[in-house]
Design a protein around this ligand. Structure first.
Ligand code: PGA
Length: 254
């Protein structure tokens, strides 16, 4: 089963309006979308402007959001629904990023609801899973990934699964410059795929794309992406520099 590589840039709480549009257009201009899928995920307030600028150029670069709320409408001050994201051209939604799990204290149950609402609305979800350093040191990496994956995937159909990407992001590697060794990433990805197979069967598991995230840079991307179960990357810091993000995209297409 060959899975098309998927590279997504998670801009987190960075850029301003003009900078966001410029960053997206620079990536658009350099992207060879014939070989890979690529998305940029600006802060909520800039999504509409970025999406508009890319649409005007009929860009293949997709737009993602960094979060969503699971309710469709109503009195949820500060929150944004899946339909609102769709309305402004969002295709993918990052859910359960470690900063939302550990800084904003999102629970597995909230993440499960967000994944379900996103997929029910026809959007694609990028579910993030990954262990903390102390969990890795206790040998709990696979157990943590399994728990987070099983919890978020509970009750999903085959149709939902066709729009789901998983991002394995070891928390100790995010924004730290420390990257998982390619063989450690492969080991974790293979285990996550086995968990998906146990829930949904081998065919669906073979189709699900699993991105690696955590200090992926131009100089380590090729080796990570060469692993059989590493199907792309969720890129933080390096996604803010068009040349670096494009170098990672190119490493993937090789
Ligand atoms: P990083 O972030 O590439 O800066 O480590 C990745 C992420 O948090 O998605």
């Amino acid at each position: 089963m060959s899975r098309r590589t998927f590279i997504a840039g998670n801009w987190k709480m960075n850029t301003d309006r003009a900078g966001a549009i410029k960053l997206a257009l620079d990536v658009h201009a350099g992207l060879d979308a014939s070989r890979i899928d690529a998305a940029v995920c600006p802060p909520f307030v800039y999504i509409d402007a970025v999406s508009h600028a890319l649409r005007e150029r009929s860009s293949k670069l997709m737009v993602g959001a960094q979060d969503v709320y699971h309710e469709p409408v109503g009195a949820f001050t500060g929150e944004v629904s899946p339909a609102m994201l769709k309305d402004v051209g969002v295709a993918h939604v990052i859910i359960g990023h470690s900063e939302r799990r550990h800084v904003l204290h999102e629970s597995d149950e909230l993440i499960r609801r967000k994944v379900r609402a996103t997929l029910d609305n026809g959007l694609h979800a990028i579910l993030c899973v990954g262990e903390l350093l102390e969990q890795r040191e206790r040998g709990e990496t696979n157990a943590v990934n399994e728990l987070q994956t099983r919890s978020a995937l509970a009750g999903l159909s085959a149709d939902h699964m066709a729009r789901l990407t998983i991002a394995y992001e070891p928390v100790w590697a995010i924004g730290t410059g420390k990257t998982a060794k390619p063989e450690d990433a492969q080991h974790a990805h293979a285990h996550i795929r086995a968990v998906v197979a146990s829930l949904h069967g081998a065919d669906i598991a073979a189709r699900v794309r699993i991105q690696y995230g955590g200090s992926m840079k131009p100089d380590n991307a090729k080796e990570l992406l060469a692993q059989p179960d590493v199907d792309g990357g969720l890129i933080g810091g390096a996604a803010l520099k068009p040349a670096d993000f494009l170098a990672i995209c190119n490493a993937a297409g090789q």
